[in-house]
Write a protein that binds this ligand. Structure first.
Ligand code: CS2
Length: 490
């Protein structure tokens, strides 16, 4: 079978949507750091919709960690398929908005030179929570992070995202070129303001004048949403059959997509709204809603679901007790903390439940369970803080936190080991080993991780009682009975 590429594009199965613009005439306006599956299912599709009318906004992607996306896409001239899946079928479309991918490890100079050139007006990022090298509880730059230590010592050869952004901005400052806008598309709280704080701090540590320059750069906040499971070999096979060509790295995703963007692009932007994005003045309420409702539910389902033996989110949604828990978590505990005039939160919740049910989307609980130490603060703990301050209960959110504590022990209910992926995995396993089978000691050990819980939650008696009681139950009676107890009030 032929491989998807510029020269074979015309042979793709008739009826499959392919780029409606001449790819030879598009030029880059955006550099995207972290060219993973999410970006290719989300922003790259919006840009693909616009390139016919706005050919100077194509994307050059960069991988900061692994070169696998570059290796897959280079022989395909950057072309790849997104396959939208639901119960009705799988609908492929070939995307052409990514001109090429640079590997930041081996092509760092090319990447920095491009980021410093005037044609690049936006640098966007999906580097995951841990890619910002910050303290998740405070949102401040982690100055002891090994990559930050390295980048401050070698500012011209950075390896972290903050280091890359600042070096490119420094080169622009030196050349008298206006800065690009920095647009984070990661699930961080107040992602624009948070990334601005981190990057400005890094710049100021390099040089106060550079810090001053960076403090005037635009960091528009965004709320991004599309569920994108990792691609499997079976998916590659499905896509090859549908498009009549081999694609080494197609993306499988759901029909739903949402993008809310703060309109702050001094050097210009493509008309994202024409591709369906919402441009707003303040994105924070949207971010908070999405992080607490969708991602808070996701993480809770991931830890409890994994421990209960459910491989996919759609399996979790086949269990009425789990659905009751998640519906209750959103309705009773999250929705009252949100202030969203003009948004029908109950309808938003029901739409989320439908999305979670999508049987064609094989979204692994294990995938979502990754990096919990970086995700918990914005997904569950912020809501809990609001409820604590208002004197309100948080049984279901507390169970979500307890499930994370149970999960990071690294042994499941059958005694089999769990592959816990988390920057704090080693420390958490040491805490678990010290605690042995004492749930209270495990709680005390984990809640002392201030980069996750801050100092306030460890001191809260209410938080301790709620979470430690659930944790104890998870060990004593197991996940299913604990969930049933919370849902049916046993
Ligand atoms: C998920 C998210 O993996 C995870 O942690 O909760 O990636 C989620 O699928 C997206 O935020 C949906 O927009």
């Amino acid at each position: 079978m032929t491989r998807l590429s510029a020269s074979t594009l015309s042979q793709v199965t008739a009826g499959v949507r392919v780029p409606d613009y001449n790819r030879e005439q598009i030029t880059p306006g955006i550099v995207h750091l972290g060219i993973g599956a999410f970006h290719r299912a989300h922003m790259a599709v919006y840009v693909d919709d616009l390139l016919r009318e706005h050919p100077d906004w194509a994307i050059v992607g960069a991988s900061l960690r692994r070169p696998d996306t570059k290796e897959a896409l280079a022989p395909q001239d950057g072309l790849y398929t997104i396959a939208v899946r639901d119960a009705a079928g799988t609908h492929p479309r070939v995307i052409g908005s990514i001109l090429k991918v640079l590997d930041a490890n081996t092509e760092r100079e090319d990447l920095l030179a491009l980021m410093a050139s005037p044609q690049i007006r936006i640098v966007s990022l999906t580097v995951t929570e841990k890619g910002y090298c910050h303290d998740p509880a405070t949102g401040e730059l982690d100055q002891r992070h090994p990559d930050i230590v390295h980048d401050l010592a070698n500012p011209g050869a950075p390896r972290s995202a903050p280091g890359m952004l600042v070096e490119a901005l420094a080169r622009r400052q030196a050349a008298g070129i206006a800065p690009f806008a920095v647009m984070s598309c990661d699930n961080l709280p107040s992602n624009g303001a948070t990334v601005k704080r981190i990057v400005t701090k890094f710049a100021a540590l390099r040089d106060p004048a550079l810090g001053e320059f960076v403090s005037r750069v635009a960091f528009p906040g965004t709320m991004v949403d599309r569920i994108v499971p990792s691609t499997t070999d079976a998916d590659r096979q499905t896509v090859a059959e549908l498009i009549g060509a081999e694609d080494a790295w197609p993306i499988m995703t759901e029909p739903f997509t949402q993008w809310v963007i703060e309109d702050d692009f001094p050097d210009g932007r493509p008309p994202f709204e024409r591709a369906g994005a919402q441009l707003v003045e303040d994105v924070e309420p949207f971010e908070r809603m999405k992080l607490r409702m969708l991602n808070g539910s996701h993480s809770t389902m991931a830890y409890l679901g994994y421990l209960a033996g459910y491989e996919y989110i759609s399996d979790v949604m086949g269990d009425a007790d789990f659905v009751g828990l998640i519906r209750g978590l959103m309705t009773e505990e999250v929705m009252p903390t949100l202030d969203m005039p003009g948004v029908d939160l109950a309808a938003y919740r029901d739409q989320l439940l439908d999305r979670f049910r999508n049987p064609a989307l094989k979204h692994r609980t294990w995938q979502i369970a990754m990096d919990g130490s970086q995700k918990l603060p914005q997904r569950l703990l912020g809501t809990i803080r609001d409820r604590l301050a208002a004197g309100m209960e948080f049984e279901r959110l507390g169970l979500g936190v307890a499930a994370w504590m149970r999960y990071v022990v690294g042994i499941d209910e059958k005694g089999e080991s769990i592959d816990v992926r988390d920057p704090l995995a080693m420390r958490m396993m040491a805490i678990a080993a010290d605690a042995g089978d004492d749930a209270e000691a495990l709680y005390e050990g984990l809640v002392a991780l201030t980069e996750v819980f801050g100092t306030d939650l460890g001191e809260s008696q209410k938080f301790g009682e709620t979470v430690a009681t659930h944790l104890d139950n998870l060990f004593e009676v197991g996940v299913r009975e604990t969930v049933a107890g919370v849902v049916h009030g046993a």
